[in-house]
Design a protein around this ligand. Structure first.
Ligand code: N01
Length: 551
């Protein structure tokens, strides 16, 4: 039964449609939320800014875009039928196939009818009298909801640096995170790619195959591991599908929510020869499992150096020009402390005659001119500029919505010095507002789909329990939030991660507070904590009947 059908004269927007739960976003998180919450019998609905489902995979259509977690793992585990039926064509699927999968999920579970597309939520205002949220959208539609769930993704607000003259450029410009839907032909064109993060590392080799020339502007080189992607074999698929449920369950308790072989010893416990063998094996197998070669690569600088040295040696082996190789070798931050990249032929692309690397570390891009990119006192003339310059990660999308909680406080104001959450699920002062994979949860340090499923399951169980007890308001206590923020911070500073100026630290956005955004304590430990909180009567939360809470 819907939670809240009684009339409520105190509602801010009496004309607005009243629902139980408003979901913002129809990516993987939004889709699974709609499925679970409608199964509970709640009146649930989603607004999605895009014209279709898929979130990240709807927007990031740049050449070479693919997932760097294996598809057998980067997929939903909640339905045995779904995971048995769906077939991936490659080990690491490309964006079009992942988007087809998202569409399949939407059809299969009949979710599309619950989604309003091309509708961006621009404000959500909490009304203390009715304990309801009033949500305003770009299409002029307003709803009031008992609960609102921000399923807005962690990397959904793209960022283009404010280079002077950017608006004067006469060619085409693209941001990897907001790529056109029609194919982009780079044939015969001179292309600038600005940035060398995961997106550029995937895009550069593919664009280089088409373009007349690609100039890559690099400020910081990245460590990247070959993916060794290939077609899905029948044997591999069957091996997974035979044991799917058990494998998924194991992954849910692993550090990153990804099932791989963690070598549970320190890098320093092996001889240099043993280490070399271990790293070489993992390099050969490919992918992010490289970072599980030893258990202390994220913790111990000396151990980390051994892995970083190995990767630098491979880069020097691949790149023919030693000067270019040196520029491509990361040297001033530990491996893994900026998001590890996974590539197909990235470094080899720099051996092509039509690819040039420009180091902008000490001599930054000065301006964009009508003809191209001005740097080092000259203009590199190009036809197209690809901004692979990243995102205002984890908080940017949330604080751009005008979210107002108790006493009219905005989320942006509350998080001015950095995000504050309890478990990355809720923030004090904003009752009934949940976040999926919010700051302070493992999110971007994990297999996102595993973390999404865990959050959605937890929230669904919580709302079911509230329904059973006839409760209508939930909010974390300031004390629980304070303790969690301190814990997230303390655990992060036990690792090497804060040594890198990364988007994990908010360092890519001028003026953004330097706070480690995700929770690094591990997906398994985090899941246990969330389960314990629920088992202990939602410890750290205040739950109340809506009316009592509102007084
Ligand atoms: O963005 P980034 P991304 N002048 O922030 C550079 C996920 N992802 O879109 O490092 C020159 O990593 C900037 O330089 P620096 C994944 O989690 C997943 O590539 O700040 N350069 C950097 O090189 C990833 O981590 C997949 O010095 C400038 C680049 O722009 C996250 O998305 C695939 C500059 C931005 O790199 C973001 O990756 C792709 C300037 N003024 C992405 N400003 C999967 O496979 C910025 N840069 C799942």
């Amino acid at each position: 039964m819907p939670l809240d059908n009684q009339s409520d004269n105190r509602s801010l927007a009496t004309q607005a449609r009243r629902i139980d739960v408003l979901v913002v976003g129809a990516g993987f998180a939004g889709l699974y939320l709609l499925h679970c919450l409608s199964k509970l019998g709640l009146d649930v609905r989603a607004f999605e800014a895009g014209g279709g489902v898929g979130g990240t995979w709807y927007w990031n259509r740049y050449p070479g875009a693919r997932c760097d977690v294996e598809s057998m793992q980067y997929s939903f585990g909640f339905s045995e039928e779904l995971q048995q039926d769906w077939q991936w064509s490659e080990l690491f699927s490309a964006q079009p196939e992942i988007l087809s999968y998202a569409n399949h999920v939407a059809e299969r579970f009949d979710l599309r009818r619950l989604i309003t597309f091309n509708a961006r939520v621009h404000a959500a205002i909490f009304d203390e009298a009715s304990a309801r949220w009033t949500v305003h959208t770009s299409i002029g539609e307003t709803v009031t909801a008992r609960y609102i769930v921000m399923a807005t993704g962690c990397l959904s607000t793209g960022r283009v640096p404010d280079f002077p003259g950017i608006e004067t450029f006469e060619g085409r410009t693209f941001h990897t995170g907001e790529w056109p839907h029609e194919p982009v032909d780079f044939g015969g064109r001179r292309v600038a790619v600005i940035g060398t993060g995961s997106s550029a590392i995937q895009a550069v080799p593919v664009i280089a195959e088409q373009a007349a020339h690609v100039t890559v502007f690099q400020r910081t080189p990245n460590y990247s591991i070959p993916s060794r992607n290939g077609p899905m074999t029948c044997e591999y698929e069957t091996e997974w599908k035979t044991e799917y449920a058990a494998r998924r369950e194991t992954a849910r308790h692993m550090r990153n929510g990804i099932l791989y072989d963690l070598n549970d010893k320190s890098a320093l416990d092996d001889t240099p020869e043993e280490r070399e063998r271990t790293y070489a094996e993992r390099w050969q197998k490919g992918g992010v499992r490289f970072m599980a070669a030893y258990n202390d690569l994220a913790l111990n600088q000396a151990s980390n150096d051994t892995a970083a040295d190995f990767v630098r040696a491979r880069i020097r082996e691949i790149i023919k020009d030693p000067a270019v190789a040196e520029l491509l070798c990361p040297k001033d931050y530990p491996i893994g402390t900026k998001r590890i990249c996974v590539d197909t032929n990235y470094f080899a692309a720099f051996n092509r005659p039509n690819v040039t690397l420009v180091d902008v570390r000490n001599d930054p891009i000065q301006a964009i001119t009508p003809a191209g990119v001005r740097q080092g006192g000259q203009v590199c003339a190009v036809d197209d500029i690809v901004f692979a310059t990243g995102f205002d990660a984890m908080t940017g999308t949330l604080t751009r919505v005008d979210i107002r909680g108790r006493h009219g406080q905005t989320l942006a104001a509350k998080w001015e010095a950095g995000p504050r959450t309890y478990l990355g699920l809720m923030t004090a002062g904003f009752p009934n507002l949940f976040m999926i994979t919010g700051p302070g949860s493992p999110s971007v340090l994990s297999n996102m789909i595993v973390s999404i499923e865990q959050h959605v399951d937890w929230i669904s169980d919580c709302l079911a329990e509230m329904g059973k007890q006839d409760l209508g308001c939930i909010e974390p206590t300031a004390e629980a939030e304070e303790a969690w923020v301190a814990h997230v911070n303390e655990v992060a500073h036990r690792t090497l991660y804060p040594k890198a100026a990364s988007w994990y630290m908010g360092a890519n956005i001028p003026g953004k507070p330097r706070v480690f955004l995700p929770y690094i304590g591990g997906v398994g430990a985090y899941r246990q904590k969330c389960d314990d909180v629920a088992a202990n009567g939602y410890e750290g939360f205040v739950m109340a009947p809506a009316v009592t809470m509102a007084k």
